[in-house]
Design a protein around this ligand. Structure first.
Ligand code: SF4
Length: 228
């Protein structure tokens, strides 16, 4: 079956994870093509139309390519990697069973996909969810599946990308209204929110349970560099 399911792909590459609890660890990125949102500050616009997918791959081919690298961590990303429902689920299961050295498989998902069907079917403790919560500044603020916040676990991460002071206030209110077990991460939009300002806001508002999240790859390489 895994030899017949094909998924539209952008790229598979190895680098260090740039953010979240795994930041700095060597990681294999599996980037699927396609997204159901169009965030104004998106930095992976090459991962959805009008550009075409660079290729399609079977799930067996994806697992084989991942196994050509040495890293023990995988980041499944996009676009939106859970866009393909059952096929996304089969891919996750195939990576868990097909990559023997796997330590951690984290799935970067955009918050507009219901995580319940995935969480009820995937039981490996190696699989974690890193959910982006899209705020007003993304222009996709109304798309969030709020039920996800209640089912995220302490091993999962809830990331807010903060473009402005208004975004910060909204993120704070979301955490107050929808308590979650996931680790809350606040990440500045590189072009519009200075990290110093975000630190200042975190301290002023006493958000001791929130972690500042800086994207390492934008510090190590030119922010526009792709595949790093
Ligand atoms: S959800 Fe992610 S990939 Fe999709 S438009 Fe927003 S930032 Fe870009």
């Amino acid at each position: 079956m895994n030899g017949s399911i094909r998924l539209p792909m952008v790229e598979i590459f190895e680098t260090v994870e740039g953010e979240g609890t795994q930041a700095g660890f060597p990681t294999i990125f599996v980037r699927l093509f396609g997204c159901n949102l169009r965030c104004v500050w998106c930095d992976t616009k090459y991962s959805y139309p009008p550009i075409d997918a660079e290729r399609t791959m079977t799930i067996d081919e994806i697992v084989a390519e991942v196994n050509q690298y040495k890293s023990t961590r995988i980041c499944l990303t996009g676009g939106e990697p859970l866009l393909y429902g059952e096929h996304s689920l089969v891919l996750i299961e195939a990576l868990v069973t097909g990559v023997d050295r796997l330590v951690d498989l984290h799935i970067e998902t955009n918050g507009a996909i219901d995580l319940a069907p995935f969480m009820s079917r995937i039981h490996s403790p190696k699989v974690r969810y890193v959910m982006d919560y899209k705020l007003i500044g993304s222009n996709e603020g109304g798309q969030m599946k709020l039920t996800n916040l209640d089912i995220l676990r302490s091993c999962d991460e809830l990331k807010f990308v903060i473009a402005s002071d208004e975004d910060f206030i909204e993120a704070k209110q979301v955490l107050e209204q929808y308590p979650t077990r996931a680790l809350a991460l606040f990440s500045p939009v590189w072009e519009s929110m200075k990290p110093e300002r975000l630190v200042q806001l975190l301290l002023e508002h006493g958000l001791s349970h929130v972690k500042l999240n800086l994207q390492l790859h934008k510090i190590i390489w030119d922010p526009a560099t792709r595949g790093v």
